[in-house]
Design a protein around this ligand. Structure first.
Ligand code: SF4
Length: 294
């Protein structure tokens, strides 16, 4: 058991990395699914406005991206922020057994639809894997393991069965457990000062901190679920125990901030933020190469 991300043994770390291996992006095993299946717009940091199901103008015939090395320089933040949590390679290699949508054009639209469903399931698996490693969540370990196994099982369904899934119901069940995990962690970091579930739910999502200076705000154990932190100043802030699931961190200044024990943070979120060598990150995430070393 890891608390939350620190003080872990090599064995625990190795277990965690193995568990997350299949949930990390591996574009070489995918058929460019995210660059086709998604609707996107230039306003959101993608190359152009595009309908769902149409290939991006930069997608090459071998399913690689012609501007992959320069996404950041081109301001394509939508592309750099997107994370399929390994759903692309799962759909390509497992669900469809390595047969790409060009070989079977009649099933192309189905494959794109399945990818969007798989992406949701893999995202849930990522968060549930993390939740299972958090010591404060030990009272709900059995429930977390059970829903993790159920979710993992769903990822092996046939395309038709995946499309028929009641995703909203399953997502609600997963979210309820993640929320309880979050409360247990946050209460720990608030020194036992409990917050009711009702109040917890009322925070985070919908919070607008665009461009705000939060350097003097106490954010230990904060509920920042879905918060908009675009270009907010979090330099030097201690975010231990803060729940950042779905928070928008585009251009958020995290220089010198302590996120080592923040929860439900993803690599894609970090890739869109600003940071430096003094930013402390959760052990599962890597420091973006574009962050300054000052
Ligand atoms: S620019 Fe590249 S990464 Fe972005 S959607 Fe197009 S092909 Fe995909």
């Amino acid at each position: 058991m890891i608390y939350p991300h620190g003080n872990k043994s090599d064995k625990e770390l190795s277990f965690l990395h193995r568990a997350l291996e299949d949930l990390r992006v591996d574009c070489e095993k995918c058929f460019g699914l995210c660059c086709i299946a998604l609707y996107f717009s230039a306003f959101e940091g993608f190359p152009v406005d595009k309908e769902a199901g149409k290939p991006c103008i930069n997608l090459k015939s071998d399913f690689t991206c012609s501007v992959h090395r320069n996404l950041r320089e081109r301001g394509l933040k939508g592309c750099t922020a997107y994370d399929c949590f390994g759903a692309g390679q799962k759909v390509a290699q497992v669900t469809y057994g390595g047969h790409d949508w060009r070989q079977f054009p009649e099933s192309a639209n189905q494959m794109f639809e399945v990818f969007l469903i798989m992406r949701q399931l893999h995202e849930m698996l990522w968060y549930l894997t993390e939740a299972r490693t958090l010591k404060p969540a030990s009272p709900i370990q059995d429930e977390l393991s059970s829903i993790f196994n159920e979710t993992e099982g769903l990822t092996h369904l046939s395309p038709d069965s995946l499309i028929e899934l009641d995703m909203a119901a399953h997502r609600n069940n997963v979210n309820a457990l993640l929320q309880r995990t979050s409360e247990l962690v946050q209460n720990k970091f608030r020194g036992g000062q409990k917050t009711s579930s009702r109040r917890q739910n009322s925070r985070g999502r919908g919070l607008d901190f665009i461009g705000k200076d939060l350097r003097k705000t106490n954010l230990r154990g904060a509920n920042l679920r879905g918060a908009c932190l675009i270009a907010a100043d979090l330099r030097g802030v201690d975010l231990s125990g803060a729940d950042l699931i779905g928070a928008d961190l585009r251009d958020t200044d995290l220089r010198g901030a302590n996120l080592r024990d923040s929860i439900f943070l993803t690599q894609a979120q970090i890739n869109t933020a600003k940071g430096d060598s003094n930013t402390k990150l959760p052990i599962l995430l890597t420091r973006p190469t574009h962050w300054s070393n000052d």
